[in-house]
Design a protein around this ligand. Sequence first.
Ligand SMILES: [Zn+2]
Length: 479
Amino acid sequence: MKKILLGLLAIVIALVLFVLIKTVLFTAESIKYEKAELIEVPDAALERLKKAIQYKTISYEYPGEPDSAEFIGLHNHIATAYPLVDSLLEKEVIADYSLLFKWQGSDGSAKPIILMGHMDVVPVDQNTLAQWEAPPFSGEIKDGIIYGRGTMDDKVTVFSILEAVEMALQNGVQPKQTIYLAFGHDEEIGGESGAGAIAEFLEKKGVKAEYVMDEGGYIGDGVVPGINDPVAIINVAEKGYVSFKLTITTPGGHSSNPPADNTIGSLAAAITRLEENQFPYRMTPVVETQIATIGPHMPFVQKMAFANTWLLGTPILKGLNAHTTTAPTIFNAGVKDNVIPTTASVVMNFRIMPGESVESVRQHVIETVNDERVTIESISNVNEPSPVSDYESEAYSTIAKTVKQVIPEAIVSPGLLGGGTDTKHYRKVSENQYRFLPIRISPDNMTGFHGINEHLQVENYKETVQFFYQLLKNLQEGE
Ligand SMILES: [Zn+2]
């Protein structure tokens, strides 16, 4: 008996030692970069963003034509505010409201790069107006902060790119690669008519880009527990999207004599089964790299978990939401208080992890619900998870290096995006889609995305312009 106990103790000690050694040896690779002198961004840039915010280029959920006066107004503002972009680059207006600029590179054989952004914004809930520090379509600047729809999502991208390109043209910066600026007008409602049409236009021209870059990855400032340094996430993949409508049909009946398996109760039980049988959390190569990149910067206890995911990985995977998510979002049933309805329906939304598919989710739903009275149909936009872009490529390192040049203390890591971006339309135009924009997301402004009091620090806007300018410089021959 004693021998067994001693043996067990030895195993435990060995295990603890192994965990500790792995933790101590867990170090991050550093990104090599040369220090750069950053471009000075003039205050006039803020006035140009402010004016852009004032155009109500809203995408509404219900189908309808975009407000042409607002969109054309914004186009004219771009033409006037950026005269070199307007006169030196080839311009195409696509699907009436989207814009595509082509800036010819110095090396005809180099694959082009596409810098994306979208000009539309989501509406503002009128009931929340009182909670805004400044009106949402004012672009008002006070105490070093600019307020309004689009300051985070996504006029910030469009205008910081335009600022950078205009200054590059002024200063004779000339990238090797041809650079496309692709600005859609309906990202907030799926991007089909805007980004979809631009991508189709490029495809028809035979354009094969080295990569496209879009919103969708940010700099976390005080949002990663235990890390004070900013964490820049370049998202190299995004989850897929599908909503299934589940409808149950029964004979119904009088409420005074309810059947054992009532309509609403049966559907509710099906939802509960789906919620209780979640898709498994999975360690994919991207998630593994993210853990290996960020983990070494953690305080000791968290670092121990990050260094030993084989033993302590589940909470981390949960924190990263590394699985296909399951969310009931709409429920409909019943017409009268004394009638058992003959039908009830629920919409379940799933965000699909790379490695799974719309079809595998459908199978999971059928098997888990396991009720022949329930029919399943997919509604709304369906998107398979994206392919994973190469994060060991030269393109990725150039983006990562540029981040370090602008924000030297940043920890830069690839990541997986839970939401969706317009990049989904560009899968045939390029194999590599990098979702990154150096705006800083902190607990203070996090709710600004599609929410209340959207705002951005003026200094952060300038950093964003500096980032794109520096990227263009890094793409120059001989740089
Ligand atoms: Zn957006």
